[in-house]
Write a protein of this length. Structure first.
Ligand SMILES: Nc1nc2c(ncn2[C@@H]2O[C@H](COP(=O)(O)OP(=O)(O)O)[C@@H](O)[C@H]2O)c(=O)[nH]1
Ligand SMILES: [Mg+2]
Length: 339
């Protein structure tokens, strides 16, 4: 079993050393622990600090490419270097790296594909009441879209099994944390939570300058991810709403006609016609996006097989021999159809 701990960094020279020094180098059930720093075009000494502390691997972006891209590059690198489990932690020493053993345990025990460190945001003293409420709202929306019950959807302290990384394909630019949960939920991967305490705050967030920007961008990421999986549900609701609203003026007009009032009702009828056109468009979009979803499923199936060819079987040889997994099977036992 090989674990690669990846740390995406943007100008983390001040805190990276503390992160590196608290990552456990031996963990029960794991044969090798390696550290990977993904430097996203930092203009400070992040890379030097990483090298000075003897990290095993450094990916250096020539310019800033964003956290989602950095995450994907890290995962790609880790998989191609034989990682069975990938743990992600932040470079600002926000998360308790000492707890990595607890984070990987459910994966080692075959109980989870993804494990999320639950920061217990309601207890964090430097979070304002508003921020706590927004964290809760964000998790609630993600859980709704993913069909999960996770307390902390935005936490970046996570462990992923090799199998889950074969199944997940991050496509949005922002908030891969939310996107991966929505994908994992809809693909019937098993997600577990482990309660953690966070370290004291070292600096302001780099990911967003204010809460509203964060909410807006996270909201977009959630809607886009949800549309990927449930386009038909979204567009049939729109079709029904537009259709019913559009029919009202026509029904009204029919009743008035039957009562002998053939007066001038053009305005309401035009409005009704517009709504009915909207319903037709929504229906067409629903059909198109459902077809696109079919293509995505086939594309992801190909990607899964490609990853197996490129990186090797999804599970370590011993367990893979006992219970081979394919995307269609999802979890070895009791999984529902997943896409
Ligand atoms: N690659 C990359 N990493 C980033 C970027 N912005 C922030 N990070 C890293 O992502 C992690 C989380 O960022 P942080 O500012 O702590 O966000 P927060 O924990 O959500 O408040 C840290 O390790 C940062 O160094 C970025 O634009 N690109
Ligand atoms: Mg942070």
């Amino acid at each position: 079993m090989k674990l690669i701990v990846q740390i995406p960094c943007l100008n983390e020279e001040a805190t990276l050393a503390s992160v590196l020094s608290t990552i456990p180098r031996t963990i029960a059930g794991i044969d090798e622990v390696e550290i990977l720093v993904i430097d996203d075009g930092s203009d400070d000494r992040t890379i030097d600090v990483a090298r000075e502390h003897g990290v095993h691997h450094v990916i250096a972006h020539t310019r800033r490419m964003g956290l989602a891209r950095s995450f994907r590059d890290g995962v790609d690198f880790a998989l191609s270097h034989g990682a069975d489990i990938v743990v992600n932690t932040d470079g600002d020493n926000q998360y308790p790296q000492e707890r990595i053993a607890d984070l990987v345990k459910p994966i080692l025990n075959g109980l989870a594909d993804i494990v999320i460190g639950d920061r217990q945001t309601h207890t964090i003293s430097h979070f304002s009441v508003f921020k706590k409420a927004m964290q809760r709202l964000g998790s609630w929306v993600v859980n709704l879209a993913a069909g999960t019950e996770l307390p902390d959807a935005a936490s970046g302290f996570r462990a992923y099994s090799r199998y889950s990384l074969y199944r997940l394909n991050v496509v949005t630019q922002f908030s891969y944390t939310m996107e991966t949960i929505i994908q994992a939920g809809n693909k019937s991967l098993a997600i577990a939570s482990v309660e953690i305490d966070t370290n004291p705050k070292t600096r302001e967030s780099r990911l967003f300058s204010n809460m509203f920007e964060h909410m807006l961008r996270s909201g977009q990421a959630i809607v886009r991810s949800y549309l990927m999986f449930k386009p038909w549900a979204v567009f049939t609701v729109l079709t029904t709403v537009f259709g019913v609203v559009g029919l009202v003026p026509f029904v009204r007009y029919a009743i008035l006609l039957s009562l002998g009032d053939a007066g001038n009702h053009f305005q309401s009828l035009i409005l009704g016609a517009l709504f009915i056109i909207g319903a037709g468009l929504s229906l067409a979009l629903g059909v198109l996006s459902d077809l696109a979803k079919t293509n995505r499923i086939l594309g992801e199936d190909q990607l899964y097989r490609l990853k197996e060819q490129q990186y090797g079987p999804a599970q370590p040889a011993a367990t893979a021999a006992a219970a081979p997994r394919t995307p269609d099977q999802g979890r070895p036992q009791g999984s529902s159809r997943s896409d």
